[in-house]
Design a protein around this ligand. Structure first.
Ligand code: PEP
Ligand code: MN
Length: 341
């Protein structure tokens, strides 16, 4: 942290600020200019007092952080790419994974048809919500425990690892029995108590970006998980809320590029929620590969027209097969290896 003092401070004023810096547990290093004096503070900000509090001193003009708040997930701290292990798979730099499956688990027939269909066309993981965070309390809320049992059955039949959403700490044990990856959805992406609790399970976490979260908030949400000792975080851009109405959300591919630069964590894209439109899934999946994403998560339903949630954005397994063929050259052009089941 750097402290900039007000113009032409007296020796007494400089000493007062230095004393406060020491009180907070840091070593002050002053640089005295003719007009300006700055004090650099050296020390561990995770263990010592909050230097920002110095801003309230009369002698101080500005306090400027030089280290990123999301230090554990930043590339500065961890230059080598993180590869998140999911069973035998390694998600991260160099490879491209496709996670596919229905928005919600609805029935045995539905989830098994989806699971076999996505596996046939190369998905390496099966997604499906058992607990659904719906905007309206009157909409289908998911099958809950029964949905988890059906996911377990789909996993036993296909061998595909399971990605499923957790909406409450109270479901953690039950979900951990079935899930290989815990999904934190956009509505809970800044629920710090949930993030902290599930981090301690040690399970890989697919962290969606909040509906209106900045990239900084998204990375700090990941920092909550990593700071609890769980480095297995997969970031997922799923679109943000903007004034645009042509699509359900605005898929922010800038954020993917920023996240890839700022962190070493794998970053994937959700074109289904990002667009809300089945006819945009191929172009935006291609765009995701082109921008450097390490994979996509996409909603597939054997009969999208009767889906109990997110009907307009789901495609059939056969349409998914066509999408995969259309996506492959883009993954190759991005220099990544498509991993298939
Ligand atoms: C989902 O994946 O079905 C979901 C609810 O996603 P999001 O949290 O991105 O809205
Ligand atoms: Mn959905």
């Amino acid at each position: 942290m750097i402290i900039i003092l007000k113009l032409r401070p007296t020796a007494g004023q400089i000493a007062a600020v230095e004393a406060r810096v020491r009180e907070l547990g840091y070593e002050p290093h002053k640089i005295v200019g003719e007009i300006r004096t700055v004090i650099a503070c050296v020390g561990d900000e995770t263990e010592n007092g909050d230097l920002m509090s110095i801003k309230s001193m009369d002698e101080v003009e500005q306090v400027m952080p030089i280290q990123k708040k999301h230090k554990l997930v930043s590339r500065d701290a961890h230059p080598d790419p993180v590869h998140v292990p999911v069973g035998d798979l390694r998600i991260g730099e160099g490879s491209f994974h496709v996670i596919a499956g229905p928005c919600s688990v609805e029935s045995r027939e539905q989830i098994l048809a989806a699971a076999h269909g996505v596996k046939k066309h190369g998905a390496t993981m099966l997604r499906g919500g058992a607990f659904k965070p719906r905007t309206s309390p009157y909409d289908f809320q998911g099958l809950g425990k029964e949905g988890l049992d059906l996911l377990a059955e789909a996993k036993a039949e296909t061998g595909l690892p399971i990605v499923t959403e957790i909406v409450s700490e109270t479901h953690l044990d039950m979900i951990c029995e079935v899930a290989d990856v815990l999904q934190v959805g956009a509505r809970n992406a800044l629920n710090y108590s949930l993030l902290t609790t599930i981090a301690q399970s040690g399970k890989p976490i697919l962290l969606k970006r909040g509906l209106s979260a900045t990239v900084k908030e998204w990375l700090l949400a990941a920092e909550y998980i990593v700071s609890k000792g769980n480095h297995n975080v997969i970031l997922c851009e799923r679109g943000i809320r903007t004034y645009e109405t042509a699509t359900r959300n605005t898929l922010d591919l800038n954020a993917v590029a920023v996240a890839k630069l700022e962190t070493s964590l794998p970053v994937i894209v959700d074109p289904s929620h990002g667009t809300g439109r089945s006819d945009l899934l191929l172009p935006m999946s291609r765009a995701a590969a082109a921008v450097g994403a390490d994979g996509i998560i996409i909603e597939i339903h054997p009969e999208p027209e009767v889906a109990l949630s997110d009907s307009a954005q789901q495609i059939t397994p056969d349409e998914f097969g066509v999408l995969m063929e259309g996506l492959k050259p883009f993954i190759e052009a991005a220099g990544k290896q498509l991993v298939t089941a």
